[in-house]
Design a binder for this molecule. Sequence first.
Ligand SMILES: [Mg+2]
Length: 297
Amino acid sequence: MDIYERILGGLFGVACGDALGGTLEFMSEDEIQRKHGYLKDIIGGGCWDLEPGEVTDDTMMTIAVAEGILDNPENPIEDIGNHFIGWYDSSPKDIGNIIRIALSEYKRSDDWTKTAYYAHQTTGGKSAGNGSLMRCLPVALYYSDVKKMLEITASQSLLTHYDRKATDACQFYNLLVYDYLNGKPKVPAIREHIDNYPEYKKVFLMLKNELEPSGYVFDTLICALWCFVNTSSFEEAVCEAANLGGDADTVAAITGGLAGVYYGYDAIPDRWKEKILVKDQLVSIAKRIIVKYRSQG
Ligand SMILES: [Mg+2]
């Protein structure tokens, strides 16, 4: 499969998971069952009163990370931060607690070295949310040098998330994205990297009813990995993730990013891709990323 199809698949994967899961955010599995049965279409609504195909913070911050990298690939962190602030200033509907605190602190202090620790302290040390994981995918799509990729993955997380668990989750996730971008098989890639993140090993032993789709980054990544491993198509993986409810848009966005790179853009249902309101922006980002690969030959 062409690498461009995987890059586009990853970006649309995040957006489709976000738009599908947005309808189900904060619902329990029972509530979803009663109201929607098993949701397989992007219909909008939900607690954010979304338009069908409207995306939330997960996709918009993923776009911000991508734009920051494309502005200044050598040293993108300040630029990524500027794009976060541009998005924050647009008064988004859906903004996570840790990110809201961190970005408002940046507006006050104008100093990125203070923001994540401030949010960590303000939340009583509970800064291991999934908000830096949900946006980190473009780093693995762009950087071919693994060391640089891991360094930027960590520093984009540390703009808002002080906790090491958030950094670890982003790096583990992006190692997988990187491997799938390069055509590695599904489970062997996870098995290869999981030794460095041993707390995640339980994902292979878990039953579906043991998953917790919470905003805690560890729970979120366990859910995403489980849905990806225990299904065999993009649509199945993302539907399983969204229909867990809870932090449904983020769990489904993270699952969609991984599954989109692995299965590729063509494997994402057309009825989903067509609906995404920011689709032109996603295509533009993928085209600008692929320029880098083509110029490297
Ligand atoms: Mg969201």
